[in-house]
Design a protein around this ligand. Structure first.
Ligand SMILES: Cc1ncc(COP(=O)(O)O)c(C=O)c1O
Length: 280
């Protein structure tokens, strides 16, 4: 089960893969990324991740990158590594060029990937639920594009850990609950699953979409609408969604107990169904 890297067409051990110091991803954060997981040797939602990658590339006005070439590279790397439960990180930067803010002429986007075993969330966290704090959102105005500019997310996650909790949830200055540092957030109120609508302020999570579809299939009422911190604190249940996060219950937020402080039935049902689908 080798951990491998892909570097512009070449597959090699991760510690042998190097990028030039004038890569614009390194100097400007001028790069987009995706993270795809596999279950039992099958990639989950590959096409959806490729769709979002294209959307991010277009959103940053990158020169065209062949979707087919990226798909082929992902599949080749996945096949070579033979990791059943893999996490594939894909990063595409605008290219390598002497440092200058303006887009350089005639450079090629740089495609790099790594593949490793997924680091599963601890079973106790899934069983007992996680804790979180809220923080005022201090990110830029295009959080719908999956760029590598993640410093606010990094600082927020670290602040959460320093506060002794699992994660931080970004909230607007008006108190609208947006998303967590690397996942979307849903609440359950009056039996309805509610999540922030798709706007430039949140990432259009693939797992968020899968969960919304599962709700419809399971006849669980679901609504994409704004909600504020008072609704969050007063929710029956709350949970995060993400590729590795899957559906993760949050049972305490800013020291408020959510519902009865236990993992709720809607959260448990959605996680179980998501798992069944992903390993099917
Ligand atoms: C800020 C943010 N929101 C949401 C998500 C969840 O997206 P997905 O379900 O596609 O993994 C991520 C995943 O990286 C993220 O970084």
């Amino acid at each position: 089960m080798p951990e491998l890297a892909y570097l512009n067409g070449e597959i090699l051990p991760i510690d042998k893969a190097q990028v030039p110091i004038e890569d614009r991803g390194y100097q400007f954060g001028d790069a987009v990324y995706e993270f795809i997981a596999s279950y039992n040797g099958r990639l989950f939602c590959l096409e959806e991740h490729l769709d979002r990658l294209e959307r991010s590339l277009n959103g940053l006005f990158f020169p065209s990158v062949s979707r087919e070439a990226v798909r082929k590279a992902v599949l080749t790397l996945f096949e070579k590594a033979e990791i059943q439960r893999a996490g594939i990180y894909i990063q595409i930067s605008r290219g390598v060029s002497p440092r200058n803010h303006a887009f350089p002429d005639g450079v090629r986007p740089q495609i790099v990937m790594t593949i490793r075993e997924v680091e599963e969330k601890p079973p106790e966290l899934r069983k007992n639920g996680a804790t979180a704090i809220t923080l005022e959102d201090f990110r830029w105005g295009r959080c719908d594009l999956k760029t590598v500019q993640l410093l606010p997310n990094v600082l927020a996650k670290q602040k959460a850990l320093a506060a002794g909790v699992f994660d931080a949830i970004f909230v607007s200055s008006e108190g609208v609950v947006r998303e967590a540092t690397s996942s979307n957030i849903c609440i359950v109120a009056d039996g309805t699953v509610i999540t922030h609508p798709l706007t430039p302020q949140i990432l259009p999570g693939i797992t968020r979409k899968v969960v919304i579809d599962l709700c419809r299939e399971l006849d669980i009422p679901v609504s994409e609408r704004f909600f504020k911190t008072d609704a969050l604190y007063g929710a029956e249940e709350s949970f995060l969604t993400g590729t590795v996060t899957e559906v993760l219950p949050i049972v305490t937020i800013d020291r408020h107990r959510i519902g009865d402080g236990q993992v709720g039935p809607v959260t448990a049902k959605l996680h179980e169904t998501l798992r069944q689908r992903s390993i099917a």
